[in-house]
Design a binder for this molecule. Sequence first.
Ligand SMILES: N[C@@H](CCC(=O)N[C@@H](CS)C(=O)NCC(=O)O)C(=O)O
Length: 204
Amino acid sequence: MKLYTSVGPNPRVARMFAAEKGIALDLAEIDILAGDNRQDSYLAVNPFGGTPALVLDDGAVLTETTAICEYLDETGPGPSLIGDTPERRAETRMWTRRIDLGFAEPLTLGFRAAEGRAMFAPRVIVADEAAADDLKAMAFATLDRLDAHCAGRAQVAGDAVTLADILLFCFVEFALLVGMTPLAGRPWLATWHAAMAARPSASA
Ligand SMILES: N[C@@H](CCC(=O)N[C@@H](CS)C(=O)NCC(=O)O)C(=O)O
């Protein structure tokens, strides 16, 4: 299987998930800073233009980060990172969706409206600059809820690392990378982040 990857949190989620599962992927690097993902050659792979994209051995292409991870989970070796029972899978998907819609998405939109504006405005529709602070506040309100709810837990959806942790970790790391302070005043998140950062998969 070939994974089209790049800088950025979404492809990092797919790489980290594969590493946690023990799956070796053939990586094809796309230079999104140069806009190569918006060229015809990549749009032929993923018409939506984003990374990651996973090309299966039969040539079929999967996109959307969490869908790629679900596929790797079902087809890869080792314990599931989604869950072994309907209840565990539902809990992982519940947290994954909350993190995706409540943190990753507004964070991304807020970044694109502000710090990332010069890069994204020529290639996709970005929100008005005036909306950036509200979008980031929405993202950080989700972190407040997570921090309060997860106190006493080792991981987001229980004791074991799941897709929800990997998704949250990669987007928290992205927020740190672009100069935001997601860990400040969130003690559970800070402790959890340090533990996630120490996992070998964090460097995938
Ligand atoms: N909804 C997509 C988002 C993919 C996405 O936006 N990826 C970013 C990298 S983190 C990207 O390709 N950005 C460059 C661009 O959209 O031009 C997913 O879940 O995979």
